[in-house]
Write a protein that binds this ligand. Structure first.
Ligand code: ADP
Length: 375
């Protein structure tokens, strides 16, 4: 539709030229080495043959010995050749290995900590505190989050709102310890989350980010993941029903054992954007985690599915703490608390009523959205 063929092919050939000149440079070294190799081989053969022929002519060795030595020379020269070729190969692989070595040895700062257990005596009661948290992505000139201070209590349903690029996703990614903070600290029941064992800490969370992925495994595996058979089929069906997919899956000949996508199975289930998102939500709920994070969880759903899932939201997450990033502000109304982000800072916080009363950014965004529908 965009008539991109010439434009795209030009780009392809420009990049291909760059790739070719890289390989030419690399191959020049290999060609020179091979040439040198062949030349020394030739020289070595010529000298030894000449010497052996001379010995036969001078009657120093017999024809039998000549054949024997000739074989020995051939074997020796092929062995020498093998050693030289290996040296060239090692040099060539070394070019790749260097990059691989650098990558493998990037220090694992996120896991390099005191490995304390999760400080939780009563699992129903905990508090997470952000204290003067600032964060800048590597190589960036501005902070994505600036001096964020907030406490999240167990069981809270927290809505995080704000315009694109305000820092909402960064906020939850820091909470999940996907990055180290630039400044400040995040405390879990008073203990810096950096000091808590990484895997134990991770087990507290389940999240659906915007860039979630489904696998070409069965629907069951996509929901249960590493929990495997410890999640019953009945529970999987329950989850599917909660996200509004049970009818559809029931109709598939292999039910929850149907493979997702058709790449590996021609009878696979090819989910629409909304159906894929529902599966990802079922997966997040299936984990026995304490905190559920949903980043724009309903974006790909049609209005009816949005409404239904939202209605079921409280039931879906139950007693768990839920952090919920959404552009659909009407969904914030049911949350216990709302954080409004702007340019990396929390500029307003409170309940829907508080913020509407305040008449600030939230009230402005809410009115904008409401007007869109009314118009
Ligand atoms: P939101 O979720 O509110 O739309 P984000 O938290 O994703 O915003 O982004 C906040 C800021 O950080 C934006 O300016 C964005 O461009 C920047 N940012 C996000 N992810 C990265 C990244 N991986 N590397 C560099 N900058 C990033």
């Amino acid at each position: 539709m965009n008539a991109m063929d010439d434009w795209l092919l030009n780009k392809e050939s420009t990049h291909a030229q760059k790739a070719i000149s890289f390989y030419q440079k690399r191959n020049r070294f290999a060609s020179l080495s091979i040439l040198f190799n062949s030349f020394t081989g030739l020289l070595q053969n010529a000298i030894s043959y000449a010497y052996l022929v001379y010995q036969v002519i001078m009657n120093i060795i017999t024809i039998g010995q000549f054949t024997l030595y000739l074989n020995a020379v051939a074997t020796f020269s092929s062995a020498v050749n093998g050693v030289l070729t290996s040296i060239v190969d090692i040099k060539i692989y070394g070019l790749y290995y260097k990059a691989m070595d650098q990558y493998v040895h990037i220090p694992e700062t996120l896991r390099d900590n005191k490995k304390l257990p999760v400080p939780m005596t009563n699992s129903e009661n905990y508090v997470i505190t952000f204290q003067h948290v600032s964060f800048r992505y590597p190589g960036q000139k501005v902070d994505a989050l600036k001096d964020v201070n907030v406490s999240i209590h167990a069981g809270t349903k927290l809505s995080v709102v704000g315009e694109n690029g305000a820092g909402k996703t960064t906020f939850v990614k820091l909470l999940c310890r996907l990055y180290d903070l630039t400044e400040g600290e995040i405390l879990f029941n008073g203990v810096n989350i950096r000091d808590i064992d990484y895997d134990q800490y991770m087990a507290i969370f389940s999240a659906v980010f915007q860039d979630y992925k489904l696998f070409s495994f069965s629907i069951r595996d996509n929901i249960a993941l590493n929990q495997g058979k410890s999640i019953s089929n009945h529970r999987i069906m329950q989850l599917l029903q909660k996200v509004g997919l049970s009818e559809k899956i029931d109709k598939l000949p292999q039910g929850i054992d149907t493979i997702v996508y058709k790449e590996f199975n021609k009878n696979g289930f090819e989910p629409s954007g909304g159906e894929a998102q529902k599966l990802a939500i079922a997966r997040a709920i299936a984990r026995d985690s304490k905190i559920v994070i949903l980043d724009e969880p309903l974006a790909a759903l049609d209005p009816k599915a949005k409404y239904e899932i939202f209605e079921q939201f409280a039931d879906l997450v139950g007693q768990k703490t839920a952090i919920y990033i959404s552009h659909r502000l009407s969904s914030s109304k049911a949350c216990d608390s709302i954080l409004v982000f702007q340019n990396g800072r929390i500029i307003e916080s409170g309940t829907h009523d508080d913020l509407m009363h305040l008449g600030g950014k939230y009230a402005e965004l809410f009115a904008l959205q409401a007007n869109l529908y009314l118009d």
